[in-house]
Design a protein around this ligand. Sequence first.
Ligand code: AMP
Length: 550
Amino acid sequence: MEYSKLVDVYEKLSATTKKLEKTEIVANFIKNLNSEELKIAIPMLQGKIFLESEEQEIGIADKLVIQTLTKLGFSKKEVLNEFKETGDLGLVAEHLVKRKRQAILFKRKLSAEKIFYSIRELASLTGKSSQEKKLNIILELLNSAEPKETKYIIRTIIEELRLGIAEGILRDAIALAFNVDKEIVEYAYNLKTDFGEVAIIAKEKGEEGLKRIKLEIGKPTKVMLAEKSKNIEEALKDAKEPAIEYKYDGMRTLVHKDKDKIWIFTRRLENVTKQFPDLVKLCRDNIKVERAILEGETLGIKDKKPVPFQELSKRIHRKYNIEEMVKDIPIQINLFDCLLVENEQLLDKPFSYRRKKLEEIVKIIKGKFQLAEQLKTKDLKKAEEFYHKALNLGQEGVMVKNLNAPYQPGKRVGYMYKVKPEKETLDLVITGAEWGQGRRTTWLASFVLAIRDEETGELLEIGKMGTGLTDEQFKEMTERLKPLIEFEKDNIVHIKPKIVVEVGYQELQKSPNYKSGFALRFPKLIRIREDKGVEEADTLERVKRLYKQT
Ligand code: AMP
């Protein structure tokens, strides 16, 4: 497939923001592709050269792209100036190459396959001269590309294709192109988690083929999601035939086993098998069947207590010194579901049956490899006692599950409910910020939050907030903060403390990294407190009190 064909589609997609139009553009394009072409075209439309479950990632930094562009004959200053103006390296490449290439008439046609596999090769290069090799691969692609093509090649390489092809649009486009039901495409995707494969099955085998899709060992499925209940009483009613379990605050873990081979995936479908050799061994030794797909929550444990998620997360993205990590942060898994045993797929079976199977096939190693603590009761008092016991043990709350319900990958369908204590919010002062990168260069994209020391009046840092804001909110915050900038160094700015924001967060932790001695985990903007001045912001005293309560 010529890359230029894909580029035509990219251009059409960028010209509209309407979901329906995007869906039709994608559908019209993919319906005429053969299976081999679909395999490449679908990930390239998503701008995702690797599936989440593949262990590789492209990992090309802006810096290397800038360096590559200088090899095309542009000065670093030229490249950086353009980048500053547009904030988009794809556009930079297009503009610069357009200026230079007018004279060149003969060029090879680039194929989409060539680009796809070259980018995959980038990810496989490691070691000493890998940067140079990577640069040469990118250079080779750019050398034979039209200006427009260079834009999309670069955007794909730095994983910023930005065409707005979210899962919903791709699902609808596959349904439209191959005349199959949307719901069935979604069902198939939640099981396969690979739109390329789903499109091929839809094309070759139609709706019946999609319905026949089965769980596959080694390929992660989307997990079933929980709804929230206000309290235990409501959750018992919601779940109808309730079983209550501790809600462990760790890493949702999918374990796949085929004889001696074990895979570990996260809820976001990342393959973290290499990072958890201890868990792999536990699974290999203590699952008593040859083939299985199980689900559980992995915790980091120190002195028999769960460590904050932040600690465990150090293990999730660790690429080196893994054995050291295994010793530093020992783990425990609490298994709570079972989706496949030997050749029996259990998705349609009720939870009571799946839990029983789990009990049958797992050899329990207490404190290491165990089942989620569970209580079957409709009695409110007993359920509440169980909830308090969970909290006292340092767990996050409880999950209340319907024993009669099947397992629905990827859906929030009311088969399980979570109950956890409501977190308080904090009113904090913005004292600093950081200019964003890429698309966000013109915005302040990360905000330093501080609380007030009532005695000294000093503002003490307690965290940085960079997520949970919409584009509009980033813009608004930038506009509000710009006039308050005191001074800037590199891309860090100091802000005159004037603005108070209400911030939600997942957890309050002790931390030596901030002057307050505390840190917020996942701070999230709730609103700007227009009604509050700095002197009314929350105090260190209040933070200490909140910390004690958790
Ligand atoms: P939340 O992330 O707050 O929506 O809560 C759902 C998450 O709780 C799941 O994705 C799991 O990672 C986690 N969890 C902890 N314990 C359990 C349990 N016993 N059953 C199901 N999920 C659990």
